[in-house]
Design a protein around this ligand. Structure first.
Ligand SMILES: NC(=O)c1ccc[n+]([C@@H]2O[C@H](COP(=O)([O-])OP(=O)(O)OC[C@H]3O[C@@H](n4cnc5c(N)ncnc54)[C@H](OP(=O)(O)O)[C@@H]3O)[C@@H](O)[C@H]2O)c1
Length: 218
């Protein structure tokens, strides 16, 4: 039987203490070697998905630059359509296929702003983007692999809904601390360890001072 659900890989570079950014939002944790690995992976997936705070904080391009290969579709979850006109993602949307997913809460003004760019706008969900409905739509479009590149809030939404198949985590040689520094997974979290999905360690690789770990669902 054909499997419709796309495979979802959560990818992140974390500090030893599990943070994905400092308290001020500095997230440049990756080494050059790890970036080449990540960009090769990007070239092998159909889409990359991130949350709107990551766009605001990092202003990423989400393209393949440190490796050869094609760019995947970029998907941003932004319920109110607040992404900046000046963001690299919108500014390069004539070159790289881009989908901005909003909810019905978006204002007319923000919708008009988005319509000026050559992007696809998906309106899914009442107050916030409905992740399960989005995945169904992407699945119907034959998107088979999605690289989830955070941040912590979006990671929790996918983990809570048991949507992540694999976790590709690079532990980098930094300790960042800070109660307000974003962790790999934010949100409410599970109250019992038994509620967390049990994972299997499939691969482990040392990249100089980094440690790359690959876990999958049991
Ligand atoms: N080290 C790394 O590998 C790495 C990777 C990525 C990000 N980061 C860091 O992570 C930080 C951002 O993380 P974050 O947790 O603040 O934000 P985030 O996960 O990037 O974005 C969260 C936002 O997404 C929107 N969203 C849309 N639909 C949603 C849904 N169904 N559920 C939840 N959120 C939804 C929400 O805003 P609306 O309600 O307005 O839509 C929410 O506030 C940045 O500092 C960035 O540098 C690090």
């Amino acid at each position: 039987m054909e499997k419709y659900n796309p495979k979802i890989i959560l990818s992140a570079a974390i500090s030893i203490d599990g943070k994905i950014a400092t308290r001020s939002g500095d997230s440049k944790l990756s080494s050059k070697k790890d970036l080449s690995r990540l960009h090769k992976l990007r070239s092998q997936v159909d889409a990359i998905l991130i949350g709107k705070n990551t766009v605001h904080k990092d202003d990423p391009l989400l393209t393949v630059r440190y490796s050869k290969g094609r760019n995947p579709i970029r998907i941003v979850l932004d319920s109110c359509g607040t992404i900046s006109n000046k963001s690299k993602i919108l500014q390069t949307s004539n070159k790289v296929r881009t989908i901005i997913v909003v909810s019905k809460k978006i204002t007319k003004k923000n919708l008009q702003k988005l319509k000026k760019f050559p992007i696809e706008i998906l309106i899914i969900g009442e107050n916030q983007v409905n992740i399960k409905s989005l995945i169904k739509i992407l699945s119907k479009r034959k998107i088979k692999t999605i690289l989830l590149e955070g941040g912590g809030t979006i990671n929790w939404e996918f983990i809570k809904n048991n949507l992540v198949d694999e976790f590709f985590i690079t532990i980098t040689p930094f300790i960042l601390g800070g109660e307000n520094a974003i962790s790999l997974v934010q949100g409410e979290g599970f109250d019992k360890i038994t509620k967390s999905h049990k994972l299997r360690l499939n691969r482990i690789k040392r990249l100089e001072n980094d440690l790359f770990l690959c876990y999958s669902k049991l």
